[in-house]
Write a protein that binds this ligand. Structure first.
Ligand code: SAM
Length: 326
């Protein structure tokens, strides 16, 4: 396939992600009052099978927990924080935070994706009052309609394969990002589409630029060297979706190394299978089990063990572990 086709195939993965989320919301696994506004033709979006709905639920719960916990952490003082979502697609996290008490903690929320994706998102935001109202008064359209800039929220058309100095670096120069603020980058299902050297460059850029404490959260499929993984890869190949960043090994160590090699000081990793077993309350598990019939718990475990959440942080420059409150 040409580069154009290959990029279009990669962008189409956002439709999968947002339709899966919509499906899980419609089936009451998750609450999200915004997702239907961002999924094209939401009314005709197909429902997903129970196994996918549960997977979407576990992933969303785990990432939300980590993001909200990070927002509420006070490391050395009360400084507000900034979030950079890489390959944000149709994600609704900004609006969910902006309509919660955590909004006070946010200085900036920057979403990055291909211009075709950010352009559509910018249009949806302008079309739906429920979305635009949470951006405040001073909303500017930027980059020929493919981006938006508001007080806290920024939507930036950027190809992540370009050198970060010339893309993310410009956001710092323009004052969109403040390197002295505690910053969390989120890469949810995106590094798999980038070559390892490219995602390494991005992580390194963050850790070497952000002096106010850099945190990172990566969510990815992994361990694709078994028969299940081969089917997953074949499905992607059939859709011309290239995954140069795929991790064949199912060792959590390889995931941690990705953050450590990029300069993150402390990190943890967990598969979704472990998240479901250890981090979701009994009450929630029993609520979930009543929503839809799922007869294959073993299959669920197999699927969930092929997704991994890795997160970590570096302390602000000049701060030692002892000075940390948490
Ligand atoms: N993070 C969102 C989520 O989890 O719901 C969307 C995930 S979707 C599977 C992957 C997203 O990454 C798509 O929106 C795609 O356009 C974006 N993406 C992939 N490669 C990119 C690149 N080189 N530059 C910018 N965005 C990219």
């Amino acid at each position: 396939p040409s580069n154009r086709d290959a990029d279009a195939a990669i962008r189409s993965t956002d439709t999968d992600a947002s339709q899966s989320r919509l499906s899980a919301v419609r089936r009451d696994y998750l609450k999200d009052p915004f997702i239907h506004l961002l999924v094209p033709r939401a009314h005709s979006a197909p429902p997903r099978p129970p196994l996918i709905n549960i997977g979407t639920y576990v992933r969303a719960e785990a990432i939300d927990k980590l993001v909200y916990r990070w927002l509420n952490l006070r490391v050395t003082d009360n400084r507000k924080k900034q979030v950079v979502s890489l390959g944000a697609g149709s994600d609704t996290r900004f609006w969910r935070i902006a309509s919660s008490s955590c909004k006070e903690r946010l200085a900036r929320y920057v979403e990055i994706d291909f211009p075709e994706v950010t352009g559509k998102k910018a249009m949806s935001i302008r079309k739906h009052k429920e979305l635009s109202i949470l951006l405040g008064e001073n909303v500017k359209i930027i980059a020929g309609g493919t981006g938006l800039s508001a007080e806290v929220y920024h939507l930036e058309p950027i190809d992540l394969r370009l050198p970060p100095e010339s893309t993310l670096g410009v956001l710092v120069q323009n004052g969109v990002l403040d390197p002295t603020l505690p910053t969390l980058f989120i890469a949810e299902c995106v590094f798999v589409y980038l070559r390892p050297s490219v995602s390494h460059g991005i992580v390194s850029w963050f850790t070497s630029t952000i002096t106010g404490g850099c945190s990172g959260l990566i969510y990815e499929m992994f361990g694709l060297n078994d028969s299940f993984g081969r089917v997953m890869k074949e499905n992607l190949r059939a859709r011309n979706i290239e995954i140069p960043g795929v991790e064949e090994s199912s060792a959590l160590e390889a995931q941690l190394q990705r953050l450590f090699n990029g300069g993150i000081q402390s990190a943890q990793a967990m598969t979704l299978r472990t998240v479901r077993q250890k981090c979701i309350s009994e009450e929630e598990l029993s609520r979930i089990s009543r929503l839809e019939m799922l007869d294959e718990v073993e299959e669920l475990d197999l699927v969930l063990s092929h997704y991994v959440l890795t997160w970590g942080y570096s302390l602000p420059n000049g701060v030692t572990d002892e000075e940390r409150e948490h």
